[in-house]
Write a protein that binds this ligand. Structure first.
Ligand code: SF4
Length: 562
């Protein structure tokens, strides 16, 4: 931050960047960036103009429909129909995006684990309080349309919208979690703020006409009595027509799906206190449309035009892992999970997650692995503490069952050394995260990626059966995987095979391994039972003995790894 320049004018302003003013160690940081992402906004000209006018309003105050006077010129709940326009550094852009990802990931984790509504509320309060207060603004001196402060919430939303618009799976994930966040924030608004929000966004839901209410009262009453206590239902009915809104049924799909609303002639008659569903429905529809538009335009323009600068940052965001880095030398030893070559077969059997086990079994069976699979397994094994020498011996022993040693030296040894940072740019590469594995799409004859995503139902059932998991649990895990909850399915496998859960959820194959070693009682030397010496316990924990061992400090979120 600090270097500012005006963006060059473009006739079709998409995501416009000023030229880089400095290059910090080759990385795309510290570049001032002008986010004029109008092409990613959705909503008619009326919406855009209205939002712009509201932003440009005098800083004094505005009157809400409820008659209360509130300051108008501070960040507030947004429908994200208008994109922010200001110069910010690419560094800030990325940092804000990652903060929002932390919140969305926490929401996703909470939902996947089936947290109750009250627990989800608490979780979202904590996460937004830590990373994404709605009142947070971009620090520094920059100008926005109308001179309003630039909201961190909006910048981070549009940054992630770009990152998550690119595939169906990413769009689904983003939409789900953004809607949860929006719902949480809307629920927290007081009545005046809600009224102002509806007014600002033209959500003029029609109050039910008295004659319509009289005509449909019986049907409405039946639905209400079916979903709530008699007294509550009567209270709503006694409010008469003014207690209901007629809205297009598709705007309250969740109520319709749950049969929690009366419907007639394509309209749902929604009690006033269920307004949240309406607003969230409108938000979902708007965001879903925006994502589709963004996706098309990303492919058509931005990915190509910004191939050198923005595209790599955006693409990396959706794959970014926010937990511990498992690739540092000596790190495995500190975590107590070092394995040696001779330990590999037994470790693979008891402690490898399915992704690593699948690759390990494939190389043992076929004495070969294609590039992506080799890379995934090489980095994973580095992360569990296998030394370069032992790794080289492992790959050579397996591959040389099929090819001559010279061919191995010529074609494969380089890649092993490269993974350990001993060749090429000498970067100490980190093992793949779950996100990275999940986002890969192996072709025929390839074994990399996450099996919970890549395996068909039959293969996954067989693989889980091979881990001696009870058939009913296998069925549950397969169902989770079919519902695209791959990491949750993996966590269920851990629970079924180890008798305890991974508290923070499965985020990384090497984290799975570490948790497994802890659960099985392996200490820092990699020898079973070492931990017993430390704790004075008599026998190691075996799979099924949940909670018998005092937990080690859990893996704490660490600075973001690349
Ligand atoms: Fe591996 Fe993660 Fe998939 Fe589990 S969820 S199999 S650890 S990639």
């Amino acid at each position: 931050p600090g270097t500012r320049a005006r963006a060059p004018t473009r006739t079709r302003a998409d995501v416009v960047f000023v030229p880089p003013s400095e290059s910090a160690s080759g990385r795309l940081t510290r570049l001032p960036v002008r986010i004029v992402v109008a092409m990613f906004a959705i909503g008619g000209k009326k919406d855009q103009a209205k939002a712009a006018a509201l932003r440009a309003a005098p800083k004094s105050a505005s009157k809400t429909s409820g008659g209360s006077v509130r300051p108008s010129n501070h960040p507030k709940l947004s429908m994200y129909t208008e994109t922010p326009s200001a110069d910010i550094s690419l560094e800030t852009f990325e940092a804000f995006a990652l903060d929002r990802m932390r919140v969305l990931k926490a929401i996703d984790d909470g939902l996947s684990r089936g947290k109750k509504p009250a627990e989800m509320e608490q979780l979202m309060n904590e996460e937004t309080g830590k990373h994404l207060k709605i009142t947070d603004v971009v620090p520094g001196d920059f100008s926005t349309l109308g001179g309003a402060p630039l909201s961190k919430d909006e910048v981070s939303h549009f940054a992630l919208r770009l990152a998550y618009c690119r595939t169906e799976e990413l769009r689904r994930w983003f939409l789900l979690n953004e809607c949860q966040l929006f719902k949480h924030r809307f629920n927290k608004l007081d009545a005046y703020a809600k009224a102002a929000f509806l007014e600002e966004h033209d959500m003029e839901y029609k109050p039910l006409k008295p004659e319509t209410f009289a005509e449909k009262r019986k049907g409405i009453s039946e639905v209400l009595h079916g979903i709530m206590k008699r007294d509550d239902a009567e209270k709503i009915l006694n409010a008469g027509a003014s207690g209901f809104y007629a809205v297009p049924f598709e705007e309250v799909a969740d109520l319709v799906r749950g049969r929690r609303v009366f419907m007639a002639d394509g309209e749902a008659y929604v009690p006033r206190d269920q307004l949240t569903s309406l607003v969230v429905g409108a938000f979902r529809a708007s965001l879903s449309k925006s994502l589709a538009v963004a996706s098309r335009r990303w492919a058509q323009h931005v990915a190509g035009e910004e191939r050198e600068r923005l595209a790599p940052v955006i693409v990396s965001l959706s794959k970014r892992y926010l937990g511990r880095d498992f690739g540092k030398p000596g790190d495995a030893g500190e975590r107590g999970s070092v394995v040696t070559l001779k330990d590999l077969p037994s470790a693979a059997k008891t402690s490898f997650p399915l992704c690593a086990k699948n690759l390990f079994d494939a190389v043992k069976r076929e004495h070969h692995l294609r590039h992506e699979g080799r890379r995934q397994l090489q980095l994973y094994m580095k992360g569990i503490g296998l030394s370069l020498e032992e790794a080289m011996l492992f790959w050579k022993t397996e591959f040389c069952k099929k090819i001559p040693a010279e061919k191995f030296e010529k074609e494969y040894a380089y890649a092993v050394r490269h993974a350990y940072g001993k060749e090429g740019k000498r970067v100490d590469y980190t093992p793949h995260t779950c996100m990275k594995c999940i986002s890969s799409n192996p072709g025929a004859g390839e074994h990399h990626g996450c099996p919970y995503k890549t395996f068909g139902e039959e293969s996954l059932t067989a693989a889980l059966g091979g881990l001696s998991i009870a058939p009913h649990k296998v069925r549950d895990i397969v169902q989770k995987a079919k519902a695209h909850h791959y990491q949750l399915a993996c966590g269920m496998t851990f629970e079924a095979t180890h008798g305890k859960t991974i508290e923070e959820g499965v985020q990384h194959p090497n984290q799975y391994f570490d948790e497994s070693r802890k659960a099985l009682g392996f200490g820092a030397s990699g020898k079973e039972g070492d931990e017993n010496k430390e704790t004075g316990s008599a026998s190691p924990v075996t799979p099924g003995a949940a909670g018998a061992r005092p937990a080690r400090p859990s893996i704490q979120p660490a600075p973001v790894s690349a």
